[in-house]
Design a protein around this ligand. Structure first.
Ligand SMILES: Cc1cc2nc3c(=O)[nH]c(=O)nc-3n(C[C@H](O)[C@H](O)[C@H](O)COP(=O)(O)OP(=O)(O)OC[C@H]3O[C@@H](n4cnc5c(N)ncnc54)[C@H](O)[C@@H]3O)c2cc1C
Length: 308
């Protein structure tokens, strides 16, 4: 069966693309991926998505989007795309053992946050552990915040979080920073930011209470370990865009983010991008949804121009 539109990913971008393309009668197929609902399915309260004055739980928000798309005829398939052939038309996407053929593709596969890999980290995401200061900083007014990382994003997150926290401790495993001088200087001159270099986090507490209450730290030079109280724990060590499945067929920047050719267009006509997989700047639910809308409209116009 030849599909009109296949959407790779079921986060805000993929679900919004599904709503728009389903309402355009294109009967889209959404491949959910291993993280159905995307990054918002990892979090608790989302307070900045317009239309919800009291906020809404992340998993409920994406589930509502999915239901909305299904109401208009979108289909969802469990599983992940493991291989792609975008060299000829129709495009071919391999999901588990099956090749799916489609006239257009919307790539909404997101960018996964890099985590430290600590035993309790994943269990406390949304309960004090976060990878997004813009999203979660507001929850830590007058609280103790820790930011992990040594690059520009860590400096930016730390500076931003001083608007909320009573103190922000920036923990970095080395003495030297990858961050640009200007970003580092800005953080160093911020009286609310305390620097802890040559330090790594060994554990995060307290899974038993379902809430971050503190961390165990280790100085990499002296080997000394100690505990510190923390309310908000922000990991800012980068993101990995989920573009490996395209094997170089889609133009990306050196970090793997899709290079836009304007609007939602990629370097391959008929293949469109949506959301965090192309966006290293905003990375928000609403910007991903907006990008999903754009991609669906472009796919629809592309098919129409082809004589659909
Ligand atoms: C803990 C946390 C809290 C956040 N809180 C907020 C907030 O309060 N407000 C806000 O605006 N933003 C928040 N964000 C950011 C927001 O979640 C992201 O910007 C948004 O989810 C991006 O949407 P997306 O659809 O582009 O990508 P994602 O949500 O990352 O979705 C990507 C989708 O692609 C799928 N996928 C990946 N690879 C494949 C493959 N090979 N085959 C098929 N599918 C694949 C995944 O399974 C997933 O369904 C938060 C993020 C995190 C991590």
């Amino acid at each position: 069966m030849l599909r009109n539109v296949v959407i790779i990913g079921s986060g805000c971008a993929g679900n919004t693309a599904a709503i728009y393309s389903a309402r355009a009668n294109l009967k889209p197929l959404v491949i959910s991926g291993h993280e159905a609902g995307g990054q918002l399915s990892l979090t608790t309260l989302v307070e900045n998505f317009p239309g919800f004055p009291d906020g809404i739980n992340g998993p409920d928000l994406v589930e509502n989007m999915k239901k909305q798309a299904q109401n208009f005829g979108a289909e969802y398939l469990h599983g992940a795309v493991i291989d792609t052939d975008l060299s000829t038309r129709p495009f071919r996407l391999k999901v588990e053992d099956e090749w799916i053929e489609t006239r257009t593709v919307i790539i909404a596969s997101g960018a996964s946050a890099r985590w430290l890999g600590l035993p309790n980290e994943q269990k406390l995401i949304g309960h004090g552990v976060s990878s997004c200061a813009t999203c979660d900083g507001f929850f830590y007014r007058e609280k103790k915040i820790m930011v992990i990382g040594g690059g520009d994003s860590a400096m930016e997150e730390a500076n931003f979080l001083t608007r909320f926290g009573r103190q922000v401790t920036l923990v970095h495993r080395r003495e030297e920073f990858r961050a640009s001088k200007i970003m580092l200087d800005r953080a160093r001159h911020n009286p609310k930011i305390k620097f802890l270099t040559n330090t790594v986090v060994e554990d995060i507490y307290d899974v038993g209470h379902h809430l971050v209450t503190g961390v165990r730290l280790r100085n990499t030079r002296s080997g000394e370990t100690w505990d510190e109280e923390v309310d908000g724990f922000f990991v800012a060590i980068g993101h990995i865009p989920n573009t490996a499945i395209f094997n170089g067929q889609i133009s990306t920047d050196p970090d793997g983010y899709i290079l836009s050719q304007g609007g939602a267009r990629t370097n391959i006509p008929g293949v469109f991008h949506a959301g965090d997989v192309q966006d290293r700047v905003y990375r928000q639910a609403i910007s991903a949804s907006g990008a999903g809308c754009m991609a669906a409209i472009e796919a629809e116009r592309y098919l129409e121009a082809e004589g659909d």
